[in-house]
Design a protein around this ligand. Structure first.
Ligand SMILES: Cc1cc2nc3c(=O)[nH]c(=O)nc-3n(C[C@H](O)[C@H](O)[C@H](O)COP(=O)(O)OP(=O)(O)OC[C@H]3O[C@@H](n4cnc5c(N)ncnc54)[C@H](O)[C@@H]3O)c2cc1C
Length: 364
């Protein structure tokens, strides 16, 4: 089976690996290069502590389990099982967050200020925090490269896909510079670029505008051990020593459609928050980068077959957390294997038809 995947971000690369594991022959095509979209600017926190509802929690929790499986078969140092310390909420909201997660069966431990200090000696300790021991931090750029390499995919970069060709109502290939790359199946994993690839087939994928900025400090000596979620500020340290932090306060719940403040000013503001949290570390920021988060209109992933026979899509925010579980599931569908009842239930909430009015068609 010849599978063409449009997009070499973490989602496309995860699909490439999963499809090749099932015996598919994969070509990945990207308008720029691997991990040059949202993936390259991701915070890389793999978690289920941030979720919208019970099915979304279940998908994210299985995302973590899928990372465990991936870590066993892929030779990579890009997945760090650091755990997370979270003290974003206070008062009743803190209790509620802990109790809701415990009721869902999540691994949550409340730590005191003293326990926190022992775990993170360089951070000003809150009175208490939640410890999510099963969460991870992923170097999404490195993981994307590792997945592409392990899948033996043919990777075409710097080449935009201009459209998808069909013959007799079935996918036949993708149009790019110089002609058509033939395919039995096409998976659209183009992040924010996916909508325009789907539109000619009457498949409407409305997306929110969700720009995100991320800041990297200049490298400092090893200081942090976990993903850290303080009120208004997430941060973690990369193995290279850089501290990585979204610049927008309360990044997870941010709903802004536009960035109204200059990136350098936002980076200065985030740096101030970080210095207050880590006064003993001499911090400066070195780089701040903008990316468009691929967020479907209702905030939830869109996964599965849509449009003509042989066309599939996978578009989502929290794509680092979700890429391996979505890829495991969608690869089965692409290769024509039946889904396990667990995979079928997990993914049933995220089909495209929730957006669809009745006007899909196949262009000739
Ligand atoms: C600041 C920030 C912080 C984040 N933090 C987290 C986090 O902590 N945890 C988490 O789980 N998620 C996080 N996310 C979200 C996560 O990074 C994204 O959901 C994920 O990277 C999406 O991956 P993707 O492969 O779908 O898209 P992308 O990485 O955007 O890749 C899509 C690719 O498709 C290519 N493409 C598009 N159209 C075409 C075309 N016509 N032809 C050829 N190629 C095309 C693009 O060039 C691009 O390389 C964050 C995102 C941002 C921006």
């Amino acid at each position: 089976m010849q599978v063409v995947i449009i997009g070499a971000g973490i989602v496309g690369a995860s699909l490439s690996f999963a499809v090749s594991q099932l015996g598919g022959t994969v070509t990945v095509i990207d308008a720029h290069g691997p991990a040059t979209g949202a993936t390259g600017q991701s915070f890389g926190w793999v978690n289920a502590s941030f979720y919208a509802d019970t099915p979304h929690f279940a998908l994210r929790a299985e995302g973590i389990a899928s990372y465990r499986r991936l870590g066993r078969v892929l030779n990579t140092k890009s997945i760090a099982w650091s755990g997370c310390l979270c003290w974003e909420e206070t008062g009743e909201a803190f209790e509620r967050q802990a109790n809701d997660l415990i009721a869902l069966g999540y691994s949550v431990k409340e730590v005191s200020g003293a326990e926190f200090q022992a775990l993170e000696p360089h951070v000003v300790a809150p009175k208490r925090a939640l410890h999510f021991r099963d969460e991870a931090a992923v170097d999404a750029v490195e993981l994307t490269a590792a997945l592409l390499s392990a899948s033996n995919a043919r990777v075409i970069t710097g080449c935009r896909v201009d459209g998808i060709e069909t013959k007799n109502g079935k996918v036949a290939g993708v149009r790019t510079v110089g002609g058509i790359v033939p395919a039995d199946c096409v998976i659209i994993a183009g992040g924010v670029g996916s909508t325009e690839l789907l539109a000619p087939f009457g498949v409407d994928l409305p997306m929110l505008k969700r720009p995100g900025l991320i800041m990297r400090s200049r490298p400092v000596a090893p200081a942090l051990n976990h993903v850290l979620v303080a009120p208004q500020q997430e941060f973690r340290q990369l193995p290279s020593g850089h501290i990585l932090a979204p610049t927008i306060a309360s990044h997870q719940s941010d709903n802004s459609e536009h960035i109204e403040t200059r990136p350098d000013v936002l980076a200065d503001m985030a740096l101030k928050r970080l210095i207050a949290l880590m006064p003993s570390i001499d911090l400066e920021w070195g780089q701040v980068s903008l990316a468009q988060r691929p967020v479907p209109q209702d905030g939830m992933p869109v996964v599965g077959a849509c449009g003509p026979e042989g066309m599939f899509t996978a578009v989502m925010h929290s794509g680092v957390t979700l890429a391996p579980i979505v890829a495991e599931t969608l690869a089965q569908e692409v290769m024509g294997h039946p889904l396990s009842s667990q995979h079928a239930e997990l993914i049933s909430h995220y089909r495209h038809d929730r957006f669809q009015s009745d006007h899909s068609h196949s262009p000739t």
